[in-house]
Design a protein around this ligand. Sequence first.
Ligand code: GLC
Ligand code: MG
Length: 545
Amino acid sequence: MAGEWWRDAVIYQVYPRSFADSDGDGVGDLPGITAHLAALAELGADAVWLSPFSRSPQRDAGYDVSDYCDVDPLFGTLEDFDRLLSTAHGLRLRVIADLVPNHTSSDHPWFIAALAAAPGSPERGHYLFRDGRGPGGDEPPNNWESVFGGPAWTRTANPDGTPGQWYLHLFDSSQPDLDWSSAWVREQFRDILRFWLDRGIDGFRVDVAHGLVKAAGLPDWTPPAAAGSMGDDLPTNAVPYWGQPGVHDIYRDWHAVLAEYPGERALIGEAWVSPLTLLADWVRPDEMQQTFNFAYLAAPWDAEALRAVIDASIAAFSAVGAPSTWVLSNHDVVRHATRHALTFENPQGAGIGPRHIPHLPDPVLALRRARAATAVMLALPGSAYLYQGEELGLPEVVDLPDSARQDPTWFRTGGERYGRDGSRVPIPWAADEPAYGFSPTGRSWLPQPSSWAQLARNAQAADPDSTLSLYRSLLALRREHGLGDGALEWLGGFDADVLAFRNGDVTVVANLGKKPITLPDGEVLAVSGRMDGGIPYDTTVWLAR
Ligand code: GLC
Ligand code: MG
């Protein structure tokens, strides 16, 4: 396979519990993935990233690991993993595993041992245990808040039942943060990397890659009044638990571990870090190979904003010799087939649900925009991430009953935030089969909307106008014309609400305005919607120049 494959790769995110269920329990599993890998190769993916499948009590859908070196029985066995990997490699698909190093599950033996040990013991030193503040230590050690809502600290009980120390969890209380200043913790994770590298994994997507190191002394954090409530107008490393400089030593160390192995193994950071110039530190030559570009994901469907983020991305990443990446959807955000047409504020992670239904955008408009946005993304130089189901045009599911919800965000905010379940509904494969082909028994861990029959893969496969056919042809053209390896050149002479650029021998024109525009000369290679003499609103065209 070609050199530095990730530079132009299209990486397809599989969310195992919602991809394909082979044993009928209503939860997707590894044999289900293996059975459908050919469909992903045929779609045009270069690699698959699998969200976590390691042993876990599943309190945060597997992002709470209790054994890093085994497969959760819900998903299968290590032998199932080996079969998945060899099948993928036979199809020339690389496989990326999700590694969750910021925290373990509270069921992990390391944490159980830490709870059983005394304050100040080496076992407690693997995590962030602290005495509380105030009389009797009744107040949390500092004022940090969990990403999922509520305090980031939970108090433990001593063996005699009296209240004990507190432990830090930036996410759910079932996800205690490890202390990465511990040499022991670092050694364990080198071994975990080697365990999967020895089995042949092609790389790791590193969960919460910006969170591992906390500022010394764990100081209180109060965003300045001028900044947004999450402090998101500031450089991320102003927050004492995000983007601290010490994280980079960890990734340099891991880079060296991966380099011991043949083939080109890759580290991909999930780092919610801004500005992009700071994020680029994650992908310096001796650190990670890639990092998700969430600035691009967060950009609105607006030509000026997109031009700015595309330019800033290419500038920031090329300054360190890394490719930019591009992404529109994943398992943590509202699917872009809904998000790009929302007319209300919806902070990341808040999700949308029944109370938003009266305010939702026209789904036809939303899908039209999503297709146009994808046709922009897949023409950009660099590497692109797809999230399972976006190639079917799946929208966010907004009418999940409260009783079905599973995201800890929903519980930790008492239903104030819906959380992320709406992007995680099992995907439809076959219109006329139980659970639309997701599961042979028709079970599904989250209910699927009845409207998904017509979005099923087999219902779209032969329709040249379907979203699936659009993705297939864009991916084939992207490969044929070497767009991932190309360079972007903006074209002048268009209105401000039109994105127009050239990448190699392909010209891309996206009309984000309200009125149709004239179709420039050239053979039409692909179009995200229907042409109407010119290029209608919310439509992207690829032309041979
Ligand atoms: C990452 C994952 C998200 C998970 C969180 C805690 O942001 O993508 O799904 O809940 O980390 O591990
Ligand atoms: Mg199953």
